[in-house]
Design a protein around this ligand. Structure first.
Ligand SMILES: [Zn+2]
Ligand SMILES: [Zn+2]
Length: 397
């Protein structure tokens, strides 16, 4: 998943209006501030294949009508359904050629869909793989390569991202949880790629948005059931909606992992994930290898009979005069988590760990199990994100 840091839009929340009603769920204390289910159709512009060098792109309409307009938004061409358009980069402009005779050079190519839920297919760099998207496509040329952005409805975007993140076979309530997390992330990070000409990229840097995986009916329904809902903190800021696979029994305070304190990212005991597949793990290192990798000054002899216990999550691992943050240690040693006990036995360092991921925010496997016990999405979000509220996107405007 993407690293949950980025440019916040907390300033837009200053204008959040008073809501019609407020419902406090006593068990997990989430506040649901719902005036009505939003019908917001906000669009989001997603940079496509931003981590590849795009030099050519083949566009073809799938559903609805498509027209090509130039940088002045003058119509250059209208597509037949069996048409296709190649777009290549040339000296800061794009060369467009269609099956049925168009041959032109433009500063910008805007492929705008009309009708119900217009959709198109794309092949990148002459690849045989087809990608499909809903909405519109804009292509420009920069530095000898193409830059493509897909303008798509927020809920359509949410469905794709949730499908890629969660996969198949989850509960409806769980898909709702990931939909709210995804939407909150998207709105919070709308300015992340403003200098690139779009809102978010389709890579892990933001959220994986696949042109290869369309959302199933279950995911589309979950996105629609939570349409327009985002999480805000008790300070009325859009929530940094961090999540991880399995917390190992306790989630982490944000400042212990990222040095950023957040009122809603508090350590919480979680018994729901303890029997899940990522709940425990172990690793073994040679003592000298362990010391060398961490850059510790400790001698191998000092390690004899050393033991480190973490009944609850700590911030540092300490050995003699040496110390390292557990979050850093996790990366240095490629551990599944920073939540572990450690002992030394016959020249070997044995690490018995719990959980998978950074441990901050929502524990996916715990949340999934909670939905199977009948907890609903607002209860579960309130369990992992302290004191947050759900509000509609319209209330942000
Ligand atoms: Zn990005
Ligand atoms: Zn957990």
């Amino acid at each position: 998943m993407g690293n949950r840091h980025g440019i916040g839009l907390s300033n837009v929340l200053q204008k959040t209006p008073v809501c019609l009603f407020r419902c406090l769920l006593s068990v997990f204390s989430i506040t649901v501030l719902l005036c009505a289910h939003s019908t917001a159709q906000e669009r989001v512009a997603i940079g496509l294949k931003t981590h590849d060098r795009l030099t050519t792109l083949l566009f073809s309409p799938m559903q609805g009508g498509y027209a090509l307009t130039d940088e002045h938004r003058d119509t250059v061409y209208r597509f037949r359904t069996d048409d296709a358009l190649s777009i290549t980069a040339n000296a800061g402009r794009v060369v467009v050629k269609s099956i049925f005779g168009l041959n032109d050079t433009l500063a910008e190519a805007h492929l705008t869909g009309t009708g119900i839920n217009p959709a198109f297919k794309v092949r990148y760099n002459s690849s045989g793989k087809e990608h499909s998207y809903h909405g519109h496509l804009t292509v420009v040329s920069e530095g000898g390569r193409l830059r493509a952005a897909n303008s798509v409805g927020m809920e359509s975007y949410v469905g794709r991202v949730v499908q890629a993140e969660v996969g198949y076979g989850a509960t409806d309530e769980y898909y709702k949880i990931q939909s709210i997390i995804c939407r909150t992330y998207a709105v919070r990070n709308m300015g992340r790629h403003s200098s690139d000409g779009f809102n978010l990229c389709d890579h892990e840097h933001c959220q994986v948005y696949s042109g290869r995986k369309t959302a199933t009916d279950e995911v589309v329904k979950a996105a629609a059931a939570t349409s327009g809902l985002v999480m805000v903190s008790s300070e009325n800021d859009l929530v940094l909606s961090a999540f991880h696979a399995n917390c190992g029994g306790q989630t982490a305070n944000s400042e212990d992992v990222w040095a950023e304190w957040r009122s809603y990212l508090r350590a919480a005991t979680d018994t729901f994930c303890l029997s899940e597949r990522s709940a425990t793990w172990s690793r073994v290192f040679d003592s000298q290898e362990f010391i060398d990798k961490l850059g510790f000054s400790t001698s191998e002899e000092d390690l004899h009979h050393f033991a480190y216990y973490q009944p609850i999550r700590k911030k540092y691992f300490t050995l003699g005069n040496d110390s390292v943050e557990l979050g850093s240690m996790r990366w240095i040693l490629h551990l599944r988590s920073g939540f572990f006990n450690l002992r030394v036995d016959e020249g070997q360092v044995i690490i018995d760990g719990r959980g998978y991921g950074h441990g901050v925010g929502l524990c996916q496997q715990g949340a999934m199990r909670m939905t199977e016990y009948g907890y609903d999405h607002s209860q579960i979000l309130g369990y992992y994100y302290k004191g947050v509220s759900l509000i509609s996107l319209q209330q942000l405007d």
